[in-house]
Design a protein. Structure first.
Lengths: 447, 351, 320
């Protein structure tokens, strides 16, 4: 019923806004070529096709054509920068698939359309959305995007390597609990990984992403760095926490747990290192499950969890809290003449059926409550169901306008420390200085 | 032993010849040593393109091929020195035949063309690695090749024309500010393209040329101009004035003299800068990526760059095959224009 | 040699000549060279970031990112660590690449290949031109494959066969990698310029020298090198400046690694590098400004020192 109502609304909209002959509306869609999410763009295309069928059924000549812009950017940060460059020269796309933390920068650049009105005027499309997810699209209290998915990040641990090291099943089974209790720390993790390499059970200790990304925020949180100051709405860094974090990274590299040139690896080798069983651990996210099943030849939940264990990011020091980070990808509607129809397409693509197709196919968490009840989800989404407890420790990154720069700068410190160019203290000093210089008032430096 | 009145010329000659042969051999050896590291990776790439199956950059094909080719090449080189000219050709043909035969024997079954399937199938990468997009991730390689060709050819045409005209004028005419102009050109050569990427991006944006091929064409042309103008001026300086003067006294206008008489003289110069310009346009990467947003158009450099980022480590064969197709035109052009390149001088020195 | 001729043309025709011959060059240079220099200057003094707007013009904010006031330091300013590091890396990169490859090895190549019989010499020159003639992405790709730190890398395979441990050149010796990578390309330009200069030395000088009993080394010193003085200075200046601002190969081989972040790389990475360019256009422009200034100063300095005036010999004809 509600869909028909929406369709009628759309057709009325199209009817009033356009002359009454065959009309093709081109809606441009900006996305990234991303193996872990081809349906993010795909669902919009399907939604457009559905809408065209509605137009045809209503006897209207209007059709929507989707103009796909799919970049080959290495990550969402890189893609956001390309998008801002395109926007700066007037090529603002109508719909954008983006990482949520860039919303601040998009709004400040005049790129993102305010969706508050759209959301409140179309309650039937959004009523089942998980409320916590709305926080990820808010900037200064208003919503500028629609959540598209979220995920759970973790350290994957290869149990077979642990067994080859001589660890028993009890150790493996107790590991997640120990991490959650704050007894197994980041340093213990690196010691474990170093042991794996030294004993010859693994070629690499553990690997992490070779470029800028949310994972590092998760690790920084483990060391007590609270990157956002809610009262003042500014970014924040703690000098001592940062030093600790870099010290830990340096320790990992020194003991051989982490390859020194990790930041120069290609994505390909990073995935390959874990999926061919050469690395004990991998710091990434739940969407890897599909590819891991394929590489390791696993056939189901039991098989999978016998081979691999998931742990949150351990606490930095004993007695601390483990951390997790949820990093929703969102649809942003560009502030363009097509924004109304674009918003409708986004609404359609955010419904249960298309979203589950994406969520289950690529192992991302659903955005609507009802999805968890769908048979397809229950049957094939066992990984997502298994990961839900980890969300207890999850936070979002803040949607500050300069968070992209913040991440890029702290990543430089990671590069410096891992390659041995600087000591932890030097790197922390350097990063703090760069933050001061580039972000100025937007960042608070704490000791 | 009868006493000789003067120096033994025969002995001296033989000794000198032997010493010369030794020097030549040493020089050749040295040059071979430093040149091998350059040739080897290219040859490796060719081998990978034709032999690699799922994945890695294996070298067994390379070593096997080298094991066949190196002894044969050395053997031929020695034969070349020893044998009389008549036999050299036969020796060469024989070596070639032997090489072909042995390669076919030991490498024959490993050679295959499946790495080149991207020429027919634009979705090769997504078939190997899985779906990444709603549309295709990469265009068909022929689109990229066509764009590269348009870019390189247009840019070559424009720059050769403009540089030749300007070079002639600078060589033959005195005008107020000539010295300053030349000095300015020299200074402009002082900061090649890359310092100006940002402002050129802004200018391209303001002139509405972003996301078109026109922008990189014009930009690359402009940035190569100072160097090429100097080269052409050098070539024009080397053309004797007499030819032109006789044409002028025969009643030709200045421009006719230029077109009919002088221009043919600098043909080799034009070919030289034409080749340089084409190769630069063919390889251009910085201005193509800087002056476009999204994936508005593809050229070969971006095609290879993104394919290698995507499938490196999974399918070296594909990447090598793409590289081979990409390198081929440059290589052919370069080999053809070889002799012209070595005629390039910096004008104004001699006489 | 002036040849006075009756004035058959008037001034308008002369202007038409200028417009035809020199016009296109002037237009292109003005739009894509001179205008960008001006724009770069203006941008460097603004706060242009991801949104391409000239905010806060004029301001020296960008330069504050490079140095900060410090009364105790020389001239009252102290370079920030990121910038001083970039300066240092640029210096090492330029000096070593120029000194080892672009000038020295180019000279060696020119001398050795011209000493050999023509065909052989041409063959080796052809080989050494190959890196310059192949597309940059392909060349960088081959480098990546050769220095790959796993045992798939060609270098490690050879080392392994000789009994050595595999090396990770990109991690342990990144500057060496970019020096050699750029050097192999840079050597070829000097090589062809020097070769053609050597070839144009009149043969009778060689005969005379040999008749005087000079050996090959003496000939090189007294006959060849003097003829190369001018090309040598030109190549040194030109290549020094070209190297100072080059980043393409560094970017393709090393990516945005901190260990090879020369000034040119810093400017590029902060602004327009694909996938990493932060859109910090004003910051990048500020660094480019400094490069431009250094470039002009060095060019003019060397102009005086190397007596480039010989390049400006009066034209053959002063005829209208």
């Amino acid at each position: 019923m509600s869909l028909l109502r929406s369709a009628a609304a759309i057709i009325a909209l199209a009817g009033t806004a356009l002359p009454a002959f065959a009309e093709e509306i081109t809606v441009s869609l900006w996305s990234r070529a991303d193996r872990s999410g081809p349906l993010r763009a795909g669902n919009i295309v399907t939604a457009a096709e559905q809408l065209n069928r509605m137009f045809a059924a209503a006897g209207s000549e209007t059709r929507i054509a989707i103009d796909l812009i799919e970049t080959n950017a290495e990550g969402f940060d890189a893609d956001a920068l390309e998008l801002l460059k395109a926007h700066s020269v007037g090529e603002t796309p109508d719909i954008i698939v983006a990482a949520h933390e860039w919303i601040g920068a998009f709004v400040e650049a005049g790129l993102a359309a305010n969706l508050e009105a759209h959301i409140t005027e179309n309650p039937d499309m959004y009523a089942d959305m998980i409320p916590a997810l709305w926080d990820s699209v808010k900037y200064k209290g208003e919503r500028y995007g629609i959540p598209q998915d979220s995920e759970i990040r973790m350290f994957f641990v290869n149990n077979d390597i642990l067994r080859a090291m001589g660890k028993d099943e009890a150790f493996i089974a107790a590991l997640p609990g120990q991490v959650n209790a704050g007894e197994f720390t980041m340093y213990d993790w690196c010691d474990l990984a170093a042991e794996a390499v030294a004993s010859g059970a693994a070629k690499y200790g553990w690997v992490h992403r070779p470029n800028v990304g949310p994972d590092f925020q998760m690790a920084m949180a483990s060391f007590g760095i609270d990157i956002y100051n809610d009262e003042e709405a500014k970014l924040q860094i703690t000098r001592s926490g940062l030093t600790e974090y870099y010290k830990w990274l340096g320790y990992c590299v020194e003991t051989g747990a982490l390859p020194a040139d990790m930041t120069t690896w290609s994505w390909d080798s990073t995935h390959a290192a874990f999926r061919t069983g050469e690395a004990l651990g991998k710091f990434h996210g739940i969407w890897n499950v599909g590819a891991q099943m394929e590489s390791f030849g696993l056939t189901g939940a039991e098989d999978y969890f016998a081979k691999l264990t998931w742990i949150n990011a351990p606490a930095g020091a004993k007695g601390g809290q483990p951390k997790n980070l949820s990093h929703p990808i969102v649809y942003v509607v560009g502030d363009t003449p097509n924004k109304d129809i674009a918003a409708m397409l986004v609404a359609m693509a955010s419904q249960h059926v298309p979203n589950t197709r994406h969520a289950v196919g690529t192992n991302h968490t659903p955005i609507n409550y009802g999805q968890a009840a769908m048979p397809e989800f229950v049957q094939n989404g066992w990984a997502l169901i298994a990961g839900i407890p980890m969300l207890d420790y999850a936070e979002f990154m803040p949607n500050h306008a300069r968070i992209g720069q913040y991440n890029a700068i702290t990543y430089q410190g990671v590069q410096a420390v891992e390659t041995g160019e600087m000591t932890a203290e030097e790197a922390a000093e350097f990063v703090v200085e760069e933050l001061e210089v580039e972000l100025g008032d937007d960042v608070i430096i704490l000791d | 032993m009868g006493g000789e009145a003067g120096p033994n010329w025969n002995d001296l000659a033989t000794r000198a010849r032997r010493r010369r042969r030794l020097t030549m051999a040493l020089l050749t050896g040295f040059l071979t040593l430093v040149s091998v590291p350059i040739l080897l990776p290219y040859f490796w790439m060719v081998m990978i393109a034709f032999t690699a199956r799922s994945g890695s950059a294996e070298t067994w094909a390379l070593w096997r091929a080298l094991a066949i080719l190196v002894p044969l090449t050395l053997g031929y080189a020695v034969a070349y020195q020893i044998l009389a000219p008549r036999w050299r050709l036969i020796a060469g043909a024989g070596a070639l035949a032997l090489a072909g035969g042995l390669m076919a024997l030991f490498l024959g079954e490993a050679l295959h063309l499946s790495n080149f399937r991207f020429l027919a199938n634009p979705n090769v990468v997504e078939e190997i690695r899985g779906q990444a997009t709603a549309g295709g991730q990469f265009p068909w390689v022929w689109d990229a090749l066509l764009n590269s060709l348009i870019l390189a050819a247009s840019q070559t045409l424009i720059v050769v024309t403009v540089a030749t005209l300007a070079g002639y004028y600078l060589s033959r005419f005195a005008f107020r500010g000539r010295a300053g102009f030349l000095q300015g050109l020299l200074v402009l050569q002082a900061f090649p393209a890359v310092t100006l990427v940002i402002p050129i991006f802004l200018i391209a944006y303001w002139t509405g040329l972003l996301n078109t091929l026109v922008a990189p064409i014009l930009v690359i042309t402009a940035l190569e101009l100072p160097f090429f103008i100097f080269i052409m001026k050098g070539f024009f300086d080397a053309v004797p004035w007499d030819i032109e003067m006789s044409a002028l006294t025969d009643g030709a206008t200045r421009r006719q003299a230029f077109r009919i008489v002088v221009l043919p003289q600098v043909r080799s110069g034009m070919i030289a800068i034409g080749v340089f310009a084409f190769i630069k346009g063919w390889e251009e990467y910085v201005f193509v990526t800087g002056l476009r947003t999204g994936n508005s158009y593809w050229v070969m450099s971006t095609y290879l760059y993104y394919i290698k980022e995507d499938v490196m480590g999974v399918d070296y064969g594909l990447v090598a095959a793409v590289s081979l197709i990409y390198v081929l035109p440059s290589l052919c052009l370069y080999l053809f224009a070889q002799k012209y390149l070595t005629q390039m001088t910096l004008g104004g020195v001699k006489g | 040699m002036h040849n006075p001729r009756p004035r058959r043309r008037n001034v308008r025709s002369a202007h038409a000549d200028t417009a035809l011959f020199l016009g296109p060059a002037i237009v292109l240079l003005a739009i894509f060279f001179l205008a960008p220099i001006v724009v770069n200057f203006v941008t460097a003094f603004s706060n242009m970031e991801q949104t391409v707007r000239f905010e806060d013009f004029p301001t020296t904010r960008q330069f504050d990112k490079l140095w900060k006031p410090n009364d105790a330091a020389l001239l009252g300013f102290e370079l920030r660590s990121g910038f001083s590091r970039a300066l240092w890396l640029s210096l090492i990169y330029v000096v070593f690449t120029l000194g080892i490859f672009n000038v020295t090895f180019a000279l060696i190549l020119a001398l050795t290949t011209t000493a050999l019989p023509d065909r052989t010499g041409a063959f080796f020159r052809a080989v050494w031109l190959l890196p310059r003639m192949s597309p940059s992405v392909v060349y960088a790709l081959l480098w990546l494959w050769v220095v790959d730190s796993s045992d798939r890398g060609l270098l490690n395979q050879i080392l392994g066969a000789a009994g050595f441990d595999p090396v990770n050149l990109r991690l342990d010796h990144p500057m060496a990698v970019i020096v050699v990578a750029n050097g192999l390309i840079g050597a070829s330009l000097g090589m062809i310029i020097f070769t053609s200069a050597i070839r144009s030395i009149p043969v009778h000088l060689f005969h005379a020298a040999r008749a005087d009993g000079a050996g090959p080394l003496a000939i090189t010193r007294h006959v060849v090198l003097p003829a190369l003085r001018w090309p040598l200075s030109y190549i040194t200046i030109y290549q020094a400046l070209a190297l100072l601002v080059s980043f393409e190969y560094i970017f393709l081989i090393m990516g945005p690694a901190r260990s090879t972040m020369t000034m040119a790389m810093l400017s590029y990475t902060k602004s327009l590098a694909p996938s990493i360019g932060g859109g910090q256009y004003a910051y990048g422009a500020a660094i480019s400004m400094i490069l431009i200034v250094i470039g002009i100063v060095v060019a003019l300095l060397m102009w005086r020192l190397a007596n480039m005036k010989s390049l400006l010999q009066a034209p053959r004809i002063e005829v209208r």
